[in-house]
Structures are given as structure tokens and as C-alpha cells.
Design a protein around this ligand. Sequence first.
Ligand code: T46
Length: 135
Amino acid sequence: MNIELIDIPKIGNVLGNIGVIENGTMPFEMKRVYYLYDIPSSAKRGGHAHKSLVQVLIAISGSFDVLLNDDVSERKVTLNKPNVGLLINNNIWRELENFSSGAVCLVIASAVYDEEDYIRDYDDYLNHIKTIRTL
Ligand code: T46
């Protein structure tokens, strides 16, 4: 599956840590930053794939699970460290759940928001993935 855990550079000392993300830190050009917060523990976010968008998810506070599926394999990744990012390439179905109290999911994205890039129906996703595999 086309995902990867990446290290977020950390500057630390006895006074605490600084996580630094700047041009060149991500394996793509950063175009947008957004974050999910005040998420009820029962909430399930995501439930879609992106045709083109690539992004990195970071649990900058608390923890949550990311369920990933590319129609060939399934993975569950628990994010709980502010210095670890989950790179999710395009055409991967993702769901986010099991948010801890105070969890914040920071997302660094390769493009600005475009609803046309989303596939929000799972059957549509399966059809899409079959089509691109036969190209
Ligand atoms: C993803 C996960 C991790 C905007 O208008 N601009 C934005 O930049 C975003 C991210 C969302 N929106 C609107 C679109 C919807 O009307 O906010 C509403 C909620 O978005 P969505 O249902 O897509 O939220 P999540 O948490 O399910 O998904 C988001 C990202 O959309 C998605 O790319 O991978 O976070």
C-alpha cells in the first residue's frame, strides 16, 4: 500500500520540543494546512479517497486510528506522536476513528480544497481503482 511513516524534524531540550515543517520537509509541495479538533470520541471522519491529493496526517495532540484500504490490502495505523507523519498517497480509501480526548489531526496537503478530487462513495471508489489499474 502506498503509505509511509515519515519523521517530522524535532528540536528538543529540557524546556520541551519544537516540530518543524518547512519547504522540503514533505515529499511534495505544500499547498494547504488544515486541522481537525474538538472531535467527539465516537466520530468517524474521512470515508473517502482522493483522486490526486497527497497528504500527511500528524497527531499533534492525542491519538487516533487511520484505517486504510486500497482494494488489495487493509492497514490500521495509530497516530500518537507529534513527530511522526502518515503520508497517504492518492487513490487510497481512509477512515479516521477512535479519537482520544483533545486529539488534534494536523494535515499537510499537496493541493487546495477541491471537492471534485474526492470520491466519497465506496462503490465508486472500487470502480475508480479498477479503472486506473487497467490503464
Ligand atoms: C481527509 C481527512 C483527514 C473545506 O471547505 N475545506 C477544506 O480544506 C476541508 C478539509 C474541508 N472542507 C469542507 C468540506 C466539507 O463540507 O468541510 C466539510 C467537512 O469536510 P470532510 O467531510 O471532507 O472532513 P473529513 O474530516 O471527513 O476529511 C478531511 C479532509 O476533507 C480529507 O481530505 O483526508 O480530513
